[in-house]
Ligand binder design. Sequence first.
Ligand code: FAD
Length: 452
Amino acid sequence: MDSQDSATRPFRVIVVGGGIAGLMASNCLQRAGIDHVVLEKRAEIAPAEGASISVYPNSTRILHQIGCLETVESAGAPANRVKLRLPDGTIISDIDLFEHLKENHGNSGVIIERRRLLQILYDNLPTKSLVKLGCSVKRLRHVEDDIEAVLADETVEIGDMVIGCDGVHSSVRSMMWDYANKTIPGSVTMKEKMCMKANWKVLILVGPTMPEIGRDTHFVHNTHFSFTVISQPDHVFTFVTFRLKEPVIWPRRMFYTAQDAEHLAETVASYPVCESLLFGELWRKRERASLVNIEEGVLNKWHCGRIVLAGDAAHKFTFHMGFGANSSIGSIATLCNQLKREIVSRNEPSLSPSTLERIFESYQTKRYARMKTIMDLSLFSTRILTWDTLLTKLLSRWIFPWLPERYLTDQFSKIIKGEPKLEYIGTGNFPRGRLTWEDEVTTGDSEDEDLE
Ligand SMILES: Cc1cc2nc3c(=O)[nH]c(=O)nc-3n(C[C@H](O)[C@H](O)[C@H](O)COP(=O)(O)OP(=O)(O)OC[C@H]3O[C@@H](n4cnc5c(N)ncnc54)[C@H](O)[C@@H]3O)c2cc1C
């Protein structure tokens, strides 16, 4: 237990969750000189769970700032080409996505196994002892000028604020709602609580490389399901998306067994993922697999009292556009920029509740509309890939293949160029592309006319 009170200790942040958002928060807070602790419930930093993460140039710019971009680039790889296919495997679009991203932003971005990114973010921390494993936060208590996080073993961490980076099933979010409704009854409505919902589930496979897949990413359209197959130098990651029969809405949560995954895999085993490979062949060679629902939603209120949310706890999308981790990194950078400006520049040991409220509100305002847009685009891409309606099928079959090759990349770039960097670290020799980052535009000129 940290027994120093807020008058004698420096401003202290309690980060709950040591996933991508939590470890990124520690990297950013350490470089901002802000004291903190990261509490992660798992016993390992990088367990063998999940598959791959897309890291776009907005995130590589920040990884460059915190000094681990080269390591990330050597542990992953961009895809050679992105190929969209019909159910029989025929290619309808063949896009040089990562090369176009490089032209637009100076860096292509990279795809990397999630656990490798977690390990690199941890290894990159100047002080690793600030991350505590096996620490599950059970309760939060606002106490006078502090907030306390009570762990499963009843030990207590004291700080000035909590960042809930504990993922889509966030318990910090539930605790924040309880606190909000206790302080101002009715302030968090049923509608707000139900905004995280799952309409899709995904079967995730990690397996060995296959020559048929090459070094490409393949999206295969099908009616009410789709395959996404992503190659890496030493692994193939496959995601099979299915529509759920009915939405699963918070607080309901579904857990699937290995047998559920096996049954579902059987139903699509004989469908092709490219010209010469059936899904069943990938399934047979898998090293591990899991079946989970895909939640989506953007909360209307990301903070209350001394609690603020970041990452999947506040904004969650379907994964087909690959913006989950990227948006979490952007939100953490935005929040840390605000904190650094207020705390370190003004050299204040503690911040009043009203100052915190202003910082958190400004952070949410900067992010909210962007997250809504990304959620809508992500859902649209999922509906297109799974031929969810006749319209999405017609669009994907007859309209999109005729768009200019750069069109898709340029839609990504419109989002990417507006994402933040860390204001308090230089970007050094991070290369420049043909687009200017919005936070580096000095003339106020828009470059959107350069985009398809
Ligand atoms: C196991 C797993 C596998 C994933 N695989 C993929 C993938 O293959 N592809 C992809 O695009 N995205 C994947 N994601 C999602 C992706 O990591 C996120 O969308 C994105 O990176 C944002 O991360 P986050 O840090 O906000 O949340 P998360 O990555 O979910 O991290 C949340 C962290 O909080 C911890 N936590 C939760 N509750 C508590 C508590 N009470 N006390 C302390 N710690 C707590 C969790 O153990 C977890 O480490 C996965 C997430 C998880 C948890």
